[in-house]
Design a protein around this ligand. Structure first.
Ligand SMILES: C[S@@+](CC[C@H](N)C(=O)[O-])C[C@H]1O[C@@H](n2cnc3c(N)ncnc32)[C@H](O)[C@@H]1O
Length: 233
């Protein structure tokens, strides 16, 4: 019996890594513009909340993992912290608008000594990673005991009506905004990539097990975004 593959099956393993890097290289020049438009500017607020939730003293070193064009780095610096950004996409790094040092690196294998940073952030990248547990292990390796993490990611609202409205916006409207302003294929992939994310309890459990036992999850803006905050044990 032959089975027809589902249309536009999502890539896995090394195919996913290649596709993600090519996609972000392609969308980089207009990445910030599309973000502002499709979130009505809320993405700025979510990043600022992430930085505030770290609750670290001024001058603390914070690794921003999968930093993209450096929005979180800029907010971290604005809050008096000392960011270093890491990302795999040369296109995203070239389009960055931050004075923070930026390093081209895979976030599962960072050029940082163990326990060398006071904190780490990661914005909207968890679902783009090939191996989420390997990333969490690397996160636990680089953050010093007592250091803080803030992981920001898309989510689905738990309220059924909100979930329905959000699903419509995310799967029907966002791809059109992306196609009009940037790259149609990339912004068709964006809503579909949510299926890579584990269920909330599994995600929170994995972060706790990795070395952040006090991790807690905040649903932002009615639950369309989630922020996981934790302390390295
Ligand atoms: C949706 S963008 C988020 C960018 C930025 N953090 C923000 O808040 O706007 C996801 C980023 O993850 C990066 N990325 C994906 N996989 C990566 C990996 N394994 N190592 C480093 N960066 C990665 C992509 O290049 C892209 O810049």
């Amino acid at each position: 019996m032959t089975r027809t593959p589902p249309p536009e099956a999502l890539p896995q393993g090394s195919d996913k890594a290649r596709a993600v890097r090519a996609m972000f290289d392609a969308v980089a020049p207009r990445y910030d513009l599309v973000n502002r438009v499709m979130t009505f500017g809320l993405d700025r607020r979510w990043r600022r909340l992430t930085v505030a939730a770290l609750d670290l003293p001024a001058g603390s070193t914070v690794a921003d993992l999968a930093c993209g064009t450096g929005d979180l780095c800029a907010d971290l610096a604005g809050a008096g912290l000392t960011p270093i950004g890491f990302d795999l996409s040369a296109g995203m790094l070239a389009a960055a608008h931050t004075t923070a040092p930026l390093v081209r690196a895979d976030v599962v294998s960072l050029p940082l000594p163990a326990a060398s940073v006071d904190g780490a952030t990661c914005g909207f990248a968890l679902r783009n990673l090939v191996d989420l547990r390997a990333f969490l292990a690397e996160l636990a390796r680089i953050v010093r005991p007592g250091g803080r993490i803030g992981l920001l990611e898309v989510a689905e609202p738990s309220h059924p009506a909100l979930r329905l409205g959000h699903r419509f916006y995310f799967t029907r409207v966002v791809p059109r905004i992306g196609a009009a302003l940037s790259d149609a294929t990339a912004y068709r992939y964006l809503p579909r990539s949510v299926v890579y994310l584990p269920p909330v309890d599994v995600l929170v459990g994995a972060v706790a097990e990795a070395g952040f036992p006090d991790v807690h999850r905040r649903a932002l803006s009615g639950g369309i975004v989630q922020l996981l905050v934790g302390t390295r044990s």
